[in-house]
Design a protein around this ligand. Structure first.
Ligand code: ZN
Length: 178
């Protein structure tokens, strides 16, 4: 066989699609033919060159994606830190303003006295109102206490797993009901 007739086999061999018998014949020829060795090497180079950019592209895309993700995370973290700092400053500023206003208010002559006097005068009225019967002849104080207990119960339930379980069951059952 002449070299030109091995051309197809060379290509198939490089692609790994040449059957074993032909591969043996080709190897024998290659061993004694520098021209076909050269062609074989060239075909391998072409194959690698075609394969490499694809691999490189995937790696590059992944690398870029990772960099972008890291950048986004850093950005979010930085923004969150700045917001927390702003909230902190705002909270401290508000406390300082309130303290200064209270100090100014109580430094006014007679204001402290009039305030305590007002509390002393209105407190018995509030007490009387609380003890007086409201709807269903139940004292307002009891209604208020019941409302406080209800709020406390709701807050407690919000923190417990019990509500989550209950909510999950409800969510599962709701589609069946609707
Ligand atoms: Zn040859």
């Amino acid at each position: 066989m002449k070299c030109a007739q091995y051309a197809d086999w060379l290509q198939l061999s490089v692609d790994g699609r040449l059957d074993a018998d032909k591969q043996c014949i080709l190897q024998e020829h290659l061993a004694g033919c520098p021209l076909c060795q050269h062609d074989y090497a060239l075909l391998e180079e072409v194959r690698d060159a075609l394969a490499m950019p694809v691999v490189a592209e995937i790696d590059l895309t992944d690398a870029i994606r990772q960099r972008v993700a890291q950048y986004e995370l850093a950005l979010v973290a930085r923004r969150e830190r700045r917001h927390a700092l702003n909230r902190d400053l705002l909270g401290r500023g508000a406390i300082v303003v309130i303290l200064v206003m209270l100090a100014i208010a109580f430094l006014q002559p007679g204001l402290w006295h009039s305030t305590t006097h007002l509390v002393q005068r209105t407190w018995p009225q509030v007490l009387t109102l609380l003890l007086s019967p409201g709807p269903n002849s139940i004292a307002w104080a009891v209604w208020g206490a019941a409302a406080l207990v209800a709020v406390a119960l709701v807050l407690w339930l919000k923190r417990t797993e019990a509500l989550a379980t209950w909510r999950r069951t409800l969510e599962e059952r709701l589609p069946q009901i609707w």
